[in-house]
Design a protein around this ligand. Structure first.
Ligand SMILES: *Cc1c(COP(=O)(O)O)cnc(C)c1O
Length: 404
């Protein structure tokens, strides 16, 4: 299998496995698709950095004219390391303490608040001096599964649309300058109608805020996980949301910016986790391929029941198809992929696990005292190391070892 003309097996050989490989061109294509889809609106893309926070990826995003959305002060700082001016970084925290919000203000980031307690604290501290955006919970059930649906009535995210009066009270009491309204309803959303419903909630609310600069419709676009999988029709969503947005701006009396915060959409399909088959283990029921990675490096299958397509990229063309469960080496059930027909796998073969760009390395851990993989970015037909593989010493780095 090739990425930008480079054989992934050769990259695996050069850098070793397990290895994360990212296709920068695919990221660029996704950015272009979003821009085309929303061509009729004044679109600003704020990449949700939590999906993949490697600083070289952030720099690539910046070179493509994409802004960023950070959910922690550490992500804000990583974006600044990547060259983003602080005032282009949207900081959208959830349940952080006020001191972290203050730190983000001091760095100069844009602030997006999602609860009334912090909004009040913000008003008390900054009055009308520092503008702020407000994250609304629109109470829309959307998204691929319960763990990634965040805009419903029981979700901890956003300020409820039913608390509109309280929002207005706080805003008026402290003359808070609200410069944006935000919704993010979840991930793996297919339907243009869901985005339109979220948009409508913001349109209704926006009439209360005369100083808006933007409306932010969040992320959540679904990508393909299988060859013929359904994915969000970005052109249809773009067309419909842009049209509704422009009609709203006319009513509002001023052209606002339309913001999106895609994470998965920009980087999911760009990523491959390359692993090596350590052992092919026959049991009476199932043939397991045990690989040199696991839920420590890719937790999505176990955490979200996520489907990741797997290819045997070392397979000989004549190999017969067989059925396998691909599992990790972690001492805990860590099925990466179940019931997959693959060309016969032999130990030493390299498997490519697809859709490993988003929420993959960024959710990796050192569980079982394993080191994290290296990361390679392919750009302009050339592969470059963008993170070294951890070494044993990294596991000890912050330990304080007592004598007994
Ligand atoms: C995670 C997140 C996103 C991105 O979601 P995707 O499903 O990856 O597009 C966007 N906005 C906020 C506030 C988020 O927390």
């Amino acid at each position: 299998m090739k990425v930008q003309g480079l054989e992934l097996t050769e990259i695996a050989q050069e850098y070793g496995t397990p290895l994360y490989v990212y296709d920068g061109e695919k990221i660029s294509t996704q950015i272009q698709n979003l821009k085309k889809g929303f061509a009729k609106a004044p679109l600003k893309i704020k990449y949700a950095t939590k999906a993949l926070t490697n600083v070289s990826i952030l720099k690539l995003m910046r070179s493509q004219g994409v802004g960023v959305d950070a959910v922690s002060i550490e992500e804000v700082k990583l974006c600044m390391m990547a060259g983003y001016p602080a005032n282009e970084i949207m900081y959208t925290p959830n349940c952080v303490g006020f001191s972290e919000i203050q730190e983000a203000v001091e760095l100069g980031a844009m602030i997006n608040l999602d609860n009334l307690v912090m909004l009040r604290e913000f008003g008390k501290t900054y009055g009308d001096k520092i503008p702020v955006a407000i994250r609304i919970n629109p109470h829309i059930m959307a998204g691929g599964n319960s763990k990634i649906s965040v805009g419903h009535i029981h979700s901890k995210f956003g300020i409820s649309i039913h608390q509109q009066e309280e929002i207005m009270e706080v805003v008026n009491e402290f003359s808070i300058q609200v410069n944006g309204l935000h919704v993010h309803t979840g991930s793996d959303i297919l339907d243009a109608a869901v985005f339109l419903r979220g948009a409508q909630v913001l349109f209704d609310m926006a009439m209360n805020f005369p100083n808006l600069k933007f409306l932010d419709f969040g992320g959540g676009f679904k990508v393909a996980y299988k060859p013929d999988d359904v994915q969000t029709d970005i052109f249809k969503v773009g067309e419909e949301v842009s049209e509704a947005f422009n009609a709203f701006c006319e009513k509002y009396g001023r052209q606002l910016e339309l913001w999106l915060e895609p994470g998965k959409y920009l980087v999911s399909e760009a990523g491959y986790l390359l692993v090596e088959a350590n052992v092919v283990k026959e049991t009476p029921e199932i043939t397991f391929v045990g690989v040199n990675s696991g839920l420590n490096h890719l937790i999505r299958p176990m955490l979200y029941d996520a489907y990741h397509q797997v290819e045997n990229i070392s397979a000989r063309p004549s190999s017969a198809l067989k059925k396998y469960n691909i599992v990790g080496y972690i001492c805990e059930t860590d099925t990466l992929a179940a019931d997959r027909m693959l060309p016969e796998v032999n130990s030493g073969d390299i498997l490519a696990i697809k859709n490993a760009g988003a929420y993959s390395f960024s959710m990796a851990s050192n569980y079982n005292s394993r080191v994290k993989p290296a990361e390679v970015l392919i750009w302009n037909g050339e592969a470059a190391l963008v993170r070294k593989r951890e070494v044993f010493e990294d596991l000890l780095r912050n330990q304080v070892v007592l004598d007994f």
